[in-house]
Ligand binder design. Sequence first.
Ligand SMILES: Cc1cc2nc3c(=O)[nH]c(=O)nc-3n(C[C@H](O)[C@H](O)[C@H](O)COP(=O)(O)OP(=O)(O)OC[C@H]3O[C@@H](n4cnc5c(N)ncnc54)[C@H](O)[C@@H]3O)c2cc1C
Length: 399
Amino acid sequence: MTKALIIGGGVAGPTAAMALHRAGVESTVYERYPHAAADIGAFLTFAVNGMDALRAIEANGAVIGLGHPTPTLVFRSGTGRVLGEIPLGGSLSDGTVTHTIKRAELYGALQDAAAGRGIPVEYGKNLIGVQHLSGGGVRALFDDDTHADGDLLIGADGIRSTVRTLIDPNAPEPRYVPVLNVGGYAKAADVPNVPVGPGTFEMTFGNKCFFGYTVLANGEIWWFANPPRRKGQTSPSTDTEWRAELRALFARDNTPANDIIDATPGAISAWSTFDMPRVPVWHRDSMIIIGDAAHATSPASGQGASMAIEDAVILAKCIRDGRDIPSSFETFERLRRDRVEKIVAAGARSSNSKAAGVVGRVLRDAFMPMFLKKMAKGGDKSAGFMFDHHIEWDERVAV
Ligand SMILES: Cc1cc2nc3c(=O)[nH]c(=O)nc-3n(C[C@H](O)[C@H](O)[C@H](O)COP(=O)(O)OP(=O)(O)OC[C@H]3O[C@@H](n4cnc5c(N)ncnc54)[C@H](O)[C@@H]3O)c2cc1C
């Protein structure tokens, strides 16, 4: 039986293991964290196309019930004027809509689902190198002086992928995204004048900073902000400094941002984000990268996790139907590259619009209502293609 070594137990790794299991390929997931991975980023939007891909391998049950539905986005300008309202991807045939989920819960659910199918997930295994075996297989070397042998190795090891540079030592570095991410949780009861409207993500293009929040049915508020920050520009380093900076950024906006931030307990901090616009080499010999390792998108696309899941399922189909490992990898790249690079480009455009200067802001606020209206009516295909993606597990891949 073919044996796959999967590096990374985030989103793509456990999903690839489950999809391969369904395709009759044995695998083990190796995760460098000593226990279930949490990583940075408080929560993420999990789009319907990601759910569709999980459904193709009957793993959607692991995620259904996590987080809360957010099928609608409402965009406002800093004055509070509604620029438009759009569906965040419509709904699947069973009524499933896009959800917002805590990252740690998504990781945990996928890891548990893989373990529930009897797939070994080994923690504390940090890949540091590989050796090619004479019979055509590959040996993964870990920093605890252990190793594992397999027929193929899948790098699902995220944006700072080690496998990427093992495949191509000249692989590009991640690209800095010019907005930071700050986020947290508050209670609507502690915030004056926040409408309780479950299902909607309110997004404000403020005068100086983008702000998003959603109110859950249970009265929790989940929020994030994207302070613009040039590469190398200094940032606050303490909770007090961050609160002062956010207060100043939102001072002129007609939003509940500052009230929500004031009601947020715990320390506020920020993190930088990066994307990978084009990684020229995805595979070599019996090694391949998928998910963020191959094509990380800025968080603004809301698609990184869903693309990682699509990759995992489609790669398993390619391996199931391919003549051999190298040709399966080529088929995978042919099927995936165009789509994922378009989404990364769309994410970069969204991030840049959040960091717009004065002129950019005026143009954005003037033209966005028209654009959003078109999107809401389905007349704009620039975002629709992201969500409409569908995978039929039983359909053979043309190799
Ligand atoms: C702030 C922020 C907000 C985001 N918001 C969204 C959103 O709203 N919607 C969305 O869809 N996506 C969002 N994303 C992107 C999303 O998190 C990623 O696209 C997704 O997690 C990619 O999954 P992955 O499995 O490829 O990589 P990851 O989830 O990063 O998993 C990689 C795993 O590999 C492990 N690993 C790394 N190196 C090694 C090694 N050498 N050996 C062993 N293990 C290793 C890591 O510990 C990690 O567990 C956001 C990202 C950030 C940073």
